[in-house]
Design a binder for this molecule. Structure first.
Ligand code: MG
Length: 204
């Protein structure tokens, strides 16, 4: 399986990192070795100085597809999860300055935390009208509303599938809202999708 991530998909987040709002989705990939599952702790790596959390709605693909049209994209997933796209922000900034790929800053081991549970899409009336949030040590740090996405889930699936065949089990991280920030050893992360707690783990 592969992990496809969308960058800069919320205007306020693009602005907080002084990035332009893109006119096409920004895509990058993580390998399956990036997955951090089952609420296992995130051990802060030592190859960079500042690791940021990015809380994101995650779509799980349930059907093989290529060149999917937006109007059919909804048939290609039936489960919604939550994830954290951990990012070595200082390293990413250096790579961006030089125009180099981001992989070392984005695709390292455990950089893709994923919720244990997924919610059936059928439980959600409109995927573009749901909220999610991250609490760090009980305090709200990120609050996302999917209606604010620059590229909607179905548009993302259609766009991505022009370049990459989507396979069963692939995950799409749909981008983070504003409020990203550095992790600290000892932090407790709790992620909610609507009112349902999806993740609860520690930074070590
Ligand atoms: Mg992200």
């Amino acid at each position: 399986m592969k992990i496809i991530c969308i960058g800069r998909n919320y205007a306020k987040h693009a602005a907080e990192l002084k990035n332009e709002v893109p006119d096409e989705p920004v895509i990058f990939l993580k390998p399956d070795t990036a997955l951090l599952r089952n609420n296992q702790p995130f051990f802060v790596p030592d190859f960079a100085d500042e690791f940021h959390y990015e809380t994101e709605l995650v779509i799980k693909i349930n059907r093989l597809g290529k060149n999917i049209l937006p109007q059919f994209a909804h048939r290609y997933y039936d489960k919604i999860g939550m994830g954290i796209d951990f990012t070595a922000r200082d390293l990413q900034s250096k790579l961006k300055e030089k125009g180099l790929p981001w992989e070392r800053a984005k695709a390292f081991d455990s950089s893709a935390a994923i919720s244990k549970n997924f919610v059936a899409k059928s439980k959600v009336k409109d995927i573009q009208n749901i909220e999610f949030k991250l609490l760090v040590n009980g305090e709200e740090r990120q609050h996302g509303y999917t209606g604010d996405m620059l590229f909607k889930v179905d548009e993302i699936i259609a766009y991505v599938s022009q370049f990459f065949t989507l396979k069963i089990g692939d995950l799409i991280y749909t981008g983070t809202p504003a409020g990203v920030g550095p992790v600290k050893i000892g932090d407790r992360f709790e992620v909610f999708l609507q009112d349902e707690k999806m993740m609860d783990f520690l930074i070590k």
